[in-house]
Design a protein around this ligand. Structure first.
Ligand code: NI
Length: 168
């Protein structure tokens, strides 16, 4: 393990595709706080639990939630098509945007955010795999700069409080 990256080194330019087929770049999100989570839609437990916490946090934030854009970026672009990420994200919150991309685009954004993601084969079929991945939320500021990591196991209210403390 290398030492934790300096705050300034987390994040960077990205270009991905939303569930409705729109290109979304980091620049499109300037002016809003952005909460980014990396995961995949067939994740058995951590991803759905975390995204439910995010949905609860949006509710707990009340009117402040309008200044926050939550993103779900897949680490499984092979299976997580635009349609799948759209449906998955919408199941948690209408505000949550699901993003996918080419394998290269996803690899680049994972690298920028120091996300660990590794395929673990579970059988011989094409889709027989899970993806081991780091589970951290990244809070980015309106200028696109990294503000803080948010623990994925925080409950919604706790998460909302931590996010709000960075939003004043
Ligand atoms: Ni997961």
């Amino acid at each position: 393990m290398s030492s934790p990256p300096a705050a300034a080194a987390v994040g960077g330019p990205f270009q991905l595709t939303s569930g409705d087929g729109k290109t979304v770049t980091d620049r499109d999100l300037r002016g809003k706080y952005v909460l980014i989570y990396f995961g995949y839609t067939s994740c058995p437990d951590v991803c759905p639990t975390t995204l439910q916490h995010v949905a609860d946090a949006l509710t707990a934030l009340g009117s402040k939630a309008a200044d926050l854009q939550p993103l779900f970026i897949t680490v499984d672009p092979e299976r997580d098509t635009q349609k799948i990420v759209r449906q998955y994200a919408a199941a948690f919150s209408p505000q949550l945007i699901g993003l996918t991309g080419t394998a290269e685009e996803i690899a680049r954004v994972e690298k920028e955010f120091h996300v660990y993601a590794a395929i673990r084969r579970t059988g011989s079929g094409k889709d027989d795999y899970t993806v081991d991945h780091s589970s951290v939320l990244y809070l980015m500021g309106p200028d696109g700069g990294f503000l803080a990591p948010i623990p994925a196991d925080e409950q919604g209210k706790e998460m909302a409080g931590e996010i709000a403390s960075h939003m004043s």
